[in-house]
Design a protein around this ligand. Sequence first.
Ligand code: GLA
Length: 343
Amino acid sequence: MTLFVPGRVNLIGEHTDYNGGLVLPTALNIGVTVSMSPRRDDNIHIVSDAFDTVAQRTIQTEKSGHWSDYVTGAIKLANEKQWLVGGANVALTSTLPFGAGLSSSAAVTVGILKLARDMSGAKVSDTACAIFARRVENEFIGVPCGIMDQMAVALAHPGQALALNTNDLSYQLIDLPKGTRVAVIHSGHQRLLEEGRYAERKAECDAVKHELGHDNICHATPEEMQQILHLPDHIYARASHCVSEEARTTLAIEALRANDMKHLGELLIEGHASIRDDFEITVDATDKLVEDAVGFGAFGARQTGGGFGGCIVALVAEGTYPKWVSDLLAAHPNAYDVLKVPT
Ligand code: GLA
C-alpha cells in the first residue's frame, strides 16, 4: 500500500501547541510518499531516495540517532496496537527536504501508522493516528514536541489550512485563498529540534504551568499574569508570547476566512516580533530575511516552526511573486525557495 503525506508550514500559532493554544498550519504540495508491505518476520527493511543506504532494523531495535528511527518507532507502535504483527518493508520517496522544519518526520510516522491501520482494517481516526505519531516522537525519538505537525499532515490536504485547537483537538479545514502564494524560504541556517533548545523552551513553559497550576498558558488571565510577575523576566516573557500569540492566531483564522491578506500579513509580522523578543527563538538570518521579505512587498512574513533558524513563511500576492523571490534571494545568497519546482 502507498500513501502520500504532505509536509506542513505553520502560518501562525508558534510554540502554542504544547501550551493549550491554537495553531494554523497549512499542508504543502510537497511531501513524503510512503509504501509499505508487512513481513512475516520481525525485520524492518527501509529504502529511501533521500539517503543512499538501505536500513535493516527489527521491531526490537532501539533508537540509534539514525533517520530510520522514525520508521522503526512507528512500526513498533503499530505492533503495540496490533495493526502489524512483525516487521515491514518500507520505501520512502520524498519531495520534502529532510530537516528543514517542514515536518518530514511527522509525514513519515503518520504515513506508516495510517498505512498500518488501513492494512489491518482497524477503525481508528486520523486524529488518533496523529496522537500515536506524536507518541513516537515524544517517547521513542525523545523530542518533546506538541501535536501540531502530526495533526496537520494527518488531516490537511495541500491548499488547506488547519485551524486547530490543541486543547481539545477540535479543528476546521480552511481553503487557502487563490491569488496569494504561501512562500517558504529556507534561511540557510540549519535547525535541529534535538539540539535541546526546543526542550529548553518546553521546560521554561513547564515552570509557568507549575506556577499557574494548569497547563493552558495560552489562556492565562490578566490576574494570573500578575501572579507570575515574580518569575524571572525571560520565563514571564515566554508566557506573554503564549497569551499574545493566542490572540493573534484567533484573529488570523478570521482574516484567513475573510481573505483579508493585509490583516493576516500584519499578524504574521507581529508574530515574528513576539518569537524574536519574548520567546527568543529567532536568529539573525531569519530576522533579516523576514525584514526583507516584507520590505520587498510580502503582506507579511515570520520565522516558522520550532525555531533557531530553518524557514520563514511569507504571504505574497501571486503576480508579484517572481520579482519578490528573485529580489529576496539576491539579497540573501544562503537562502533558497523550498517550494520551487526543480527545473
Ligand atoms: C516544532 C514541533 C511542533 C511545534 C513547533 C513550534 O515544529 O514539532 O510541535 O511545537 O515546533 O510551534
